[in-house]
Design a protein around this ligand. Structure first.
Ligand SMILES: Cc1cc2nc3c(=O)[nH]c(=O)nc-3n(C[C@H](O)[C@H](O)[C@H](O)COP(=O)(O)O)c2cc1C
Length: 385
């Protein structure tokens, strides 16, 4: 076993994480929008995918590899982009990049990351993908894309599901709003987590390093005004066409849910899509990603690589999504929990948990290749049709 037997699942890592980082960081990581129905739907719909095992076959050797955009990855799971990753654990983003590189799984690094994108690309030279939040200012957009290309990121992931900032009640109540203010309540929460506080002090407060060149100050406290103006209020087809013309490598659109949008993305030359509801953080009435996948005409999967995230917490979930037609999946919170629960070694442990669970699930189902997992292994009942 290549992980800590005291924390054998992502759920165990989540439980440990909640005890190691301040409450405001937990709320930032875990909150959904509104009544958090979408957040719960992501899990509920995954739990309802029933797989149908085949026995009477030799499953001694299993191939978990997953080919995406001409690269043979070791597993069909990668790391979703998460802003403020170093708030989960100091220097966490670089650790995550190195762990993804060592395990040969994709790592999508966020525009809102707190390590310079050039440093992340150096730590994940073969598996780093850059996530772009489209800035209103075209010059900044062009510069970010150019920097990502120069740094060596292998793919560009454009997130389109934040046409407007979300109102997340848990974050509001905790004062996680811009401009960021240090309140007595936040200080009290930090004091209760002395190791996190000490390491954060030593490493320095997280700053939006990727955006430093475009604002007078990259620190969270003073960036409020800049950020309220930063994001494009909706990413238009024209913007995506411009991005397509600027980026030569694989272009992936993250956050789409409807077949008509995905078809439009394919028309403009996007190579892939990540079905996502931003982990239930944007629209409480949105479908779970697994439901959006099921609603997709299968012809679209022949036109582009369809992947998904939102709610994936185990190797079983990875296999479930593959059985329903996703080429690969991603998770954000799983890897953040891992960082918060086990620090520098957390990402490696989380990847090993996924590896072990994917392998065992495939063996249990009688399928010796991840890429051979298909709807044949799904049991349709009147309840889950
Ligand atoms: C705390 C937090 C921050 C996030 N930041 C970003 C981001 O900067 N860019 C982005 O495209 N998505 C962001 N997301 C969404 C994730 O990329 C991903 O879609 C989601 O976390 C997947 O769901 P899961 O966390 O349940 O695995 C964020 C999600 C969370 C929970």
């Amino acid at each position: 076993m290549n992980y800590n037997p005291a924390m054998p699942s992502i759920a165990d890592m989540a439980a440990k994480a909640r005890k190691r980082i301040p409450a405001f960081a937990v709320d930032y990581l875990e909150s959904g929008i509104g009544g958090e129905f979408c957040l719960r739907r992501n899990r509920g719909d995954l739990d309802n995918v029933i797989l149908w095992p085949r026995y009477l076959c030799d499953v001694g050797t299993v191939n978990t590899h997953c080919r995406l955009f001409d690269h043979d990855y070791d597993l069909g799971i990668g790391v979703s982009p998460v802003g403020l990753g170093n708030m989960m654990w100091p220097n966490g983003e670089s650790r995550l990049a190195r762990a993804a590189q060592a395990a040969n799984i994709p790592y999508i690094y966020s525009t809102m990351g707190t390590t310079a994108l050039e440093d992340i690309a150096a730590n994940a030279p073969d598996v780093g993908w850059f996530q772009l939040y489209v800035p209103r200012d075209r010059a900044i957009m062009r510069d970010l894309i150019e920097r990502a290309g120069r740094a060596g990121f292998k793919a560009l992931v454009v997130t389109v599901d934040i046409p407007v900032g979300a109102k997340r009640d848990r974050e509001l109540k905790n004062g996680l709003i811009l401009p960021f203010r240090i309140t007595p309540r936040l200080v009290a929460q930090v004091i209760r987590r002395p190791l996190w506080a000490l390491l954060t002090l030593r490493h320095g407060m997280p700053r939006f390093m990727n955006l430093m060149p475009y604002s007078d100050s990259g620190d969270i406290k003073h960036l409020g005004e800049f950020l309220t103006q930063f994001f494009c209020p909706g990413v238009s087809i024209e913007r995506l066409q411009e991005i397509r013309s600027l980026w030569q490598g694989p272009l992936i659109i993250k956050g789409l849910q409807r077949g008509s949008d995905i078809s439009a993305a394919a028309d403009l030359g996007a190579d892939g899509v990540i079905l996502s509801n931003h982990a239930g953080r944007q629209l409480d009435a949105a479908p779970s990603s697994i439901a959006a996948l099921q609603a997709l005409p299968s012809s679209l999967r022949e036109r582009m690589t369809v992947m998904l995230d939102s709610g994936i917490r185990s190797g079983l979930d990875v296999v479930r999504a593959r059985a329903l037609g996703a080429s690969a999946v991603f998770s954000g919170r799983s890897f953040m929990y891992a960082l918060a629960a086990a620090g520098a070694d957390g990402p490696r442990q989380a990847i090993e948990i996924f590896r072990d669970e994917i392998t065992r699930t495939l063996q249990q189902l009688g399928c010796t290749e991840f890429e051979a997992m298909s709807a044949d292994y799904r049991l349709q009942t009147t309840d889950n049709r």
